[in-house]
Design a protein around this ligand. Sequence first.
Ligand SMILES: O=P(O)(O)OC[C@H]1O[C@](O)(CO)[C@@H](O)[C@@H]1O
Length: 260
Amino acid sequence: MEVVIVQDAEAGGELIAETIANLLRRKPDALLGVATGSTPLPIYQALTAKVRSGALDASGARIAQLDEYVGLPAGHPESYRSVVLREVVEPLGLTEDAFMGPDGAAEDVQAACEAYDLALAQAGGVDLQLLGIGTDGHIGFNEPCSSLASRTRIKTLTRQTREDNARFFDSPDEVPHHVITQGIGTILEARHLVLLATGEGKAEAVAQTVEGPVAAVVPASALQLHPHATVVVDEAAASKLKLAEYFRATYASKPDWQGI
Ligand SMILES: O=P(O)(O)OC[C@H]1O[C@](O)(CO)[C@@H](O)[C@@H]1O
């Protein structure tokens, strides 16, 4: 696992956007797995700026959703499908044809989950999966004690996560209780995992993810099992890392650094 400490969220967004840009220059039809929430927004803004300035042609990119609420009406502005279309697909000049996600309104949710795992595999697998992290250590919506081998499935949100996400809704009661999420086993199949964490509220979860044992109670700790996982944290989110100085020195010592 590579840990990169950056000054702030904007720097993290720029670093990861450049990594994605390099991937798309090598592989124009790369499948990008995208996360929602507040954390990845600086990445999408930096990536969009590259496209608009002509520094990057992202027209062949394909976008895959990480998770979705169950039970929101179709077209709800806070469904993750709506968020990804609004924050990623449209700004990059892509169409819905380039987008894939699980069906949160399916009658048979389990079948929809299995269909999504199959669709990801048939699309050649995710090249780079962006991840945020919950204050409880979740990735996607894999709450604590999710199986580290789990596949895409329905999950129940913890009270903490519903409280954390209430800011996106008119009332806390509107936050759905259930979600579809790529499983941890599904996420681990992506070729490169890039987790961004910013702010002091994520510091404890980051410390447990990076320096704690691999444990289902901290789902993000599963990144330790992946051969190419990069954790990008700002100074605030890095504040509880015992090895912070080591991580800074390691990163600074890479003379011909080409991206993460
Ligand atoms: O970035 P935020 O808004 O703190 O959310 C943390 C994580 O929880 C989720 O909202 C759950 O999927 C992710 O989108 C995000 O990575």
